[in-house]
Design a protein around this ligand. Structure first.
Ligand code: AKG
Ligand code: FE2
Length: 286
């Protein structure tokens, strides 16, 4: 016993066990009051409108070479969320030990984001707080390298959200649904046979989804641009057993009529400019 190094992992009960390591889902990570308060503080003038969603980056967008120039995150993005990350040690292994960048995405019914990976600009931990309405995140494997077409792991250009936005804009005339299906169709030729793809993670408002390690590196994620997520049940939704209110979807016949859903994606950008380093210097252990 005394020689054992086994350590209780506070996140283990939240692990989505039907998916490869490591996704975690925590329902009701924030309260309804906190949700309202954050929604009210998102600045209306900062939105950048894309073809299938709108977004804003805090404290700023990354430079062309994926460097963060900004300094502090605004207080409404820090409290209470980042304090709770600290308690759960979510960013303990990333270079700055805490997130320094938040991308806010908004999806109206019928909007989505093409399958992609988040790439090399960030440490391999993304913490997503969902606000407003439920939505399904689709998880797919990467296409094999000769079929990549813009979503390759080796394509660092997809490593920033701005680059992804460009790819999305250049494909604005193709149907998003088609893209999701194309990527999905290249699956099943890949390894990791014990997991089923594509699969979905249902994100309820106020929940936290963590995507870390191989789940960050080896898989694609996207959101279908549909008005209704259908056929939601324990077989088709990877985190069904972790949902706060599965009965809501059961009672609706396995349907989720999309509302406006806003996500806050917290990340640790690896490269921070020297000017910003001075500001963050007291926080990082370098
Ligand atoms: O809104 C989401 O949950 C996903 C957003 C996303 O994948 C991204 O911003 O890279
Ligand atoms: Fe992403």
């Amino acid at each position: 016993m005394n020689g054992s190094t086994a350590k209780f992992d506070p996140l283990e009960p939240a692990r989505i066990s039907s998916l490869p390591p490591t996704f975690y889902y925590i329902p009701n990570f924030i309260t309804a009051e906190e949700e309202v308060s954050i929604l009210q503080k998102i600045p209306a003038q900062r939105w950048v409108t894309l073809s299938h969603r709108r977004l804003q980056a805090h404290p700023s967008t990354l430079t062309k070479n994926n460097t963060l120039l900004g300094a502090h995150l605004p207080p409404y993005l820090v409290n209470p969320v980042i304090d709770r990350f600290r308690t759960l040690e979510i960013f303990k292994d990333t270079p700055h030990k805490q997130p320094n960048h938040v991308l806010i995405n908004e999806y109206k019914p019928g909007e989505g984001i093409m399958p992609h990976e988040d790439g090399g600009a960030y440490a391999h931990v993304v913490a997503t707080v969902s606000l407003g309405a439920p939505i399904c995140l689709e998880i797919t494997q990467k296409p094999s390298s000769n079929e990549t077409d813009g979503v390759s792991s080796n394509d660092q250009s997809i490593g920033s959200d701005e680059a992804l936005a460009k790819v999305e804009d250049s494909t604005r005339n193709t149907t998003m649904e088609g893209e999701v299906q194309d990527v999905a169709n290249t699956l099943n030729q890949q390894s990791v046979p014990q997991y089923k793809y594509p699969t979905r993670i249902l994100q309820e408002p106020r929940s936290l989804l963590l995507t870390t390690g191989p789940a960050y590196r080896d898989l694609l994620h996207g959101i279908s641009p549909v008005e209704v997520d259908e056929d939601l049940n324990a077989e088709t939704v990877a985190n069904w057993n972790l949902l706060a209110e599965p009965h809501v979807f059961e009672e609706a016949g396995g349907r989720n009529e999309r509302g406006t859903r806003i996500s806050l994606t917290y990340r640790d950008v690896l490269k921070v400019s020297s000017a910003a380093n001075k500001v963050l210097g007291g926080l990082g252990k370098r």
